[in-house]
Design a protein around this ligand. Structure first.
Ligand SMILES: O=c1ccn([C@@H]2O[C@H](COP(=O)(O)OP(=O)(O)O[C@H]3O[C@H](CO)[C@@H](O)[C@H](O)[C@H]3O)[C@@H](O)[C@H]2O)c(=O)[nH]1
Length: 449
């Protein structure tokens, strides 16, 4: 009988922060369970991570980190390319990386005298090609989806929605405005809020093909819990909730402004409004002005993340911002856990949604694209831990609306109570014996069989 070996995961996120971050968290979680992790990043994504790590004083040297080994492959684009054309980026990766992966796997397998070979490949959305490589090499595979289980179940239902005439295969858009349900207990959703409806048609075609490839994965792991979206799990037996990922020590791969934590220390409990729209959303200049002036009108302390790559945004002349702090990138998980945070104005990317939920912070939802509208619907209508903004007749969220909604939210005891209950319920999952914790243990054991 062979001796019990440790699971060795090769994890391959799509190189955008909303994927790389949950993959890093997953890597830390499984490394804590004694597994070995080889983390494959693209060269350009790793370069940015290295810059952030060398600027940070808190580079981790613990045993968990020691079990994570970073390797890179080129993404096929020129090093000087800004990688801001998502389609070009996606197709370059899909063409350049697959032929290089087998050799890299062989090299990794030869380390440690061939004792600890890769036992499972874990990929994110868009990286399904690596499951094909793994299958040819006899290595097991799984998907780790960085969005909600509902988003994945919707994307997996694309063919069905086409067959039922709900989606037009010519353009990927709904054939008419209607409310749909993928299964009886699912809260109904507006068909125009399906995750790909805000994306250009080539993404729809890509997703149709990608979902077929991702079926090679034996499990579809999600950073969620069963109670948050129970209906989703009846849609595919592969879906396995293992979240929330709560490790605050995992660096976010981009350089963080940690001074804001001391700034928060100087405020009373539940007094600061935190505003962040994740790593991709770009705000329209008019809307930016309204947000800045709305924060002034509120006269409350705020911590606002304005990414330096949000080019072309200019603060309005009359903006004072005297009660606030603006940073380029915050240590968000620590910020949300800080007792001075009163509410979270969020774009509702899934990682931010989970971080807000397990920190018990009420939301003001400001979705931009893809899954963010559906995540907002869960926050506001299903879990009832937040509110949305109304646009005016010109499609703008005005400064007056921002002031009104923040004040309404902060006065709403029901929302605050539900947020704290949801936090407790969500966190119970990752305690020993909790459902997500049991699922993760099962997955780790499966991966080493
Ligand atoms: O100042 C900041 C702002 C954000 N974050 C972190 O960045 C991540 C952002 O992830 P997410 O909230 O999911 O937003 P995006 O970066 O926009 O993520 C993309 O990927 C997600 C997962 O697929 C999708 O849900 C989103 O719609 C998509 O935009 C989170 O972990 C945050 O903690 C920081 O560390 N510092």
């Amino acid at each position: 009988m062979a001796k019990t070996q440790t699971s060795h995961f090769l994890v391959i996120p799509f190189p955008v922060l909303g994927h790389v971050n949950p993959f890093m968290q997953f890597s830390h979680v499984v490394a804590k369970h004694g597994c070995k992790v080889t983390f494959l990043n693209t060269e350009s994504s790793q370069k940015r991570a290295n810059q952030a790590a060398s600027a940070s004083a808190s580079a981790s040297s613990d045993q968990t980190a020691a079990r994570i080994n970073f390797v890179t492959l080129p993404d096929g684009l020129d090093p000087e390319d800004e990688r801001n054309d998502p389609l070009k980026f996606l197709f370059s990766i899909k063409t350049s990386m697959p032929p290089l992966l087998p050799k890299l796997i062989e090299e990794v397998n030869e380390l440690d005298g061939g004792e600890n070979k890769i036992s499972c490949i874990v990929v994110s959305m868009n990286m399904g090609w690596a499951l094909e490589v793994g299958q040819k090499m006899g290595i097991k595979g799984a998907l780790l989806f960085p969005g909600s289980a509902t988003t994945l179940a919707c994307t997996d239902s694309m063919h069905r929605l086409i067959d039922e005439g709900i989606i037009d295969p010519q353009n990927g858009l709904p054939t008419k405005k209607q409310e749909i349900k993928l299964c009886p207990d699912m809260p109904s959703m507006d068909s125009s809020r399906l995750p790909w409806c805000t994306l250009p048609k080539p993404f729809f075609d890509h997703l149709l093909q990608e979902m077929q490839t991702l079926r090679l994965g034996s499990w579809w792991l999600c950073n969620t819990t069963h109670q948050l979206e129970p209906w989703a799990f009846s849609l595919s037996p592969k879906l396995l909730p293992i979240g929330p990922f709560i490790d605050q020590t995992t660096a976010s791969f981009w350089q963080e402004d940690t001074d804001c934590l001391q700034w928060l220390d100087h405020h009373p409990p539940k007094s600061v409004i935190y505003i962040s729209f994740g790593s991709l959303a770009v705000m329209d200049p008019t809307q930016f002005t309204e947000l800045a002036l709305g924060l002034d009108l509120l006269q409350k302390p705020f911590l606002w993340v304005v990414r330096p790559n949000n080019k072309g945004l200019v603060y309005p002349q009359e903006f004072k911002g005297c009660k606030g702090k603006i940073v380029g990138w915050a240590p968000q998980k620590k910020v949300l856990a800080h007792p001075t945070i009163a509410c979270f104005i969020s774009h509702c990317g899934w990682n931010s949604t989970m971080e807000g939920v397990y920190s018990g912070v009420p939301f003001l939802c400001w979705p931009f694209f893809t899954d963010q509208f559906q995540d907002k619907a869960y926050v506001c209508d299903v879990w009832k831990v937040g509110m949305g903004f109304e646009k005016d007749e010109n499609g703008i969220i005005t400064r007056g609306e921002i002031k009104k909604k923040v004040e309404e939210l902060l006065a709403d005891e029901g929302i605050r109570e539900r947020s704290l209950k949801l936090k407790e319920m969500t966190l119970n999952n990752v305690d020993e014996g909790g459902q997500s914790s049991n699922n993760l243990n099962m997955f780790i054991n499966w991966a080493k069989e």
